[in-house]
Design a protein around this ligand. Sequence first.
Ligand SMILES: NC(=O)NCCC[C@H](N)C(=O)O
Length: 258
Amino acid sequence: MPSKKALVRRPSPRLAEGLVTHIEREKVDAGLATEQWEAYVEALREHGWETVEVDPADDNPDSVFVEDTVVMYRNVALIARSGAESRREETIGVEEAVARLGCSVNWIWEPGTLDGGDVLKIGDTIYVGRGGRTNAAGIQQLRAAFEPLGAQVVAVPVSKVLHLKSAVTALPDGTVIGHIPKVDRPSLFPRFLSVPEESGAHVVLLGGDKLLMAASAPKTAELLADLGFEPVLVDIGEFEKLEGCVTCLSVRMRDLYA
Ligand SMILES: NC(=O)NCCC[C@H](N)C(=O)O
């Protein structure tokens, strides 16, 4: 049976020192962030996901954003190599976690850089953002790792936000959603729906019509509910201050067989 496992990683006590690139730095309350993270994990569990905690990386402020450290396709875990040097150590615990789950492990190597937040999978199409964290060599290595397994990798420019998935994600029917002012080339996606809020562009597919979304995007939640989806809202305000979104707090592993 296909698994419904999701990797998560407890926030570091140094979370407030996390990187900010495209927004002004705001004070982060690490205690409140931990409460928000616990509610996020609970929302995954309530919707049938078995959460697997990667060993915490207390010295790495951004380690809670576990999505950036690994890209899953079928049973292969491609360990990322962040374009932000300060985030590279985060992969250590993640390598162990995916190996323990029985994944086959592959790596992005120097000079390649790639953050998991730049990778959006829709079926066997893998969109990869070329932006501040992912370079051309990283994209070539992603292609080399996954195209032989049946994926088609499509590279897209990202200049207005941190990652591709800060700009766009996809609904269960494959429609790509994004807040137009933050999307470089909406025309690259076969079906594109514009949403009214920047954080409304981020959805985690929980299964069926259910979408995990940030509470900061109520208008988008209303729009998507009107289209027959079921938004499940979580407050991730402390992570949003560090350019985090609902997608980056977990790695869903749907194609493992257990
Ligand atoms: N995939 C994501 O959206 N990750 C968010 C990472 C935020 C972190 N402060 C960073 O700049 O790397």
